[in-house]
Design a protein around this ligand. Sequence first.
Ligand code: SF4
Ligand code: SF4
Length: 534
Amino acid sequence: MKHKVSHKDIAKQAEILCPLAVTDLDKVPGYEEKPFKPVKPDWKEKYDFSLDGFSALALTPPATKEAEEELVNKFLRGLEKLFSQESNWTFMQPTSLSTDYCVRCNTCNEACPIYVESGRQDIYRPNYRSELLRKIYQRYFTTEGRLLGGFVGADVELNWRTIYRLAELTYRCTICRRCAATCPVGVDNALMNRELRKLFSQELGIAAEGVHKSGSMRHLQTGSSTGMTPAAFLDTIEFIEDDIEERIGRRIKIPIDKKGADILLIHNAGEYVSWPENPAAFAILLDAAGIDWTLSSESMGYEGVNYGTWYDDFQFARVAVAQVQAAKKLGVRRIVVGECGHATKAIVEIADRVCVGDLAIPREGCLPLLEQIVTSGAIKFDPSKNNFPITLHDPCNMVRLMGIVSPQRNVLKAITPPGCFREMPNAGVMNYCCGGGSGFAVMNSLNFPEWRNNVASRMKANQVLEAFKDCLDPSIPKYYCAPCSNCKGAARDSLMEHYGFRDKYNIIYGGLVELMVNAMVDVEKPFISWEDEF
Ligand code: SF4
Ligand code: SF4
């Protein structure tokens, strides 16, 4: 059922503005839907679930009128700063242009997987939250809005419900920028969403626990968002060296803190914790290709994530500068980021705003390097070793924001036999988010994972089923290639666990480098196994 919700409804007193039910959602063939679990009574008593029955932020309603006033005042101060060049020199221009130029054509709506898969709920329209922002700004910061209010469309009242629901709404968007790619006038609703998250974080101290407290804060305190200290990192590298020896029959010494190397490779540290076969595969490939590379054991130098990308300029800048300083200290020629979409965008693109002067060293994603390894002929590959159906997930940050589309395909074509690699529908720049974008993959507060798996990852589930529709029989092993650490996290939690693709269809997931090593002539034993625990 479609719940009609106008903009001004956001302020109204209602237990739940858009009470989402599983029956509202688009279907996933072969998946038996389970009704959403009722909110636990003790959660309900304490936290606000009034947007759609879910909570990503665990917000507690203000206890007094004064506390509500303070909330409103802080929000307004933050809004003013968003549109001030001095306070928001990082993103003010695109935010302001996106605010001014929407022609309300609604083209962006059908591009949004959240809106479509939710049964086209008004509150999830890409331009719903942007329009709220415009209306609030108009009402509180323009003369006609102050004087004429609803007569000129400035009809959104600001109270704690408006603010909390808007805050939650910013965490119902994966910032995939698919909507922006379809807007005929170039409005970027994803950026506006990110800027709203920034307002909430920087001015009201509201941010998702997964990206802030156990993300950026832990990163800055320990050296990695995983909590892995430099000493633990060195232990992990030893473990990976042992694992490589077991897999390929020879030991590779992984270079650490090599001064003056050509490349400092930085992985998303989640790889070391959850998928160590990925950094192992990188080590095998770079060693075999004779590349001059190193890892850094410096705090912040071995962790590629930058969660500030999604919600806070200050946290972003602290992490980006520390990462580049670690590279400077080693005197490497360039930084290459491993298989992680947001980490690539963060350090390669967004860090241009803060890594200037001495800190402006070359920074790249790994996919072009992997393509060079294949085309250079430095390593012999036998495509017949990858003789199973493979489909490719395109991380939004790589394909849509940065235009890195061909290298990963050229690699796959070179290391797979004809007919094994198949594209999913809407592949390339218009691919859909895995459902873990913008921090969703690491956000596990209250009942948010239920929303994420059911709504945000649903389109990806449908895409994967479509790509493998001719070979869904579990007797045929299949590989979902996701060259991004966050996307693998979403694949594990949503596709494998929630939708049961591993058990039901014998689909496993992994990165691109694992497939490359699997095809290496010099590596005798298969590197990829359908027996391993994923
Ligand atoms: S954001 Fe762009 S596509 Fe969406 S309603 Fe506005 S003008 Fe149309
Ligand atoms: S960025 Fe992606 S999830 Fe967010 S509104 Fe746009 S299309 Fe939807």
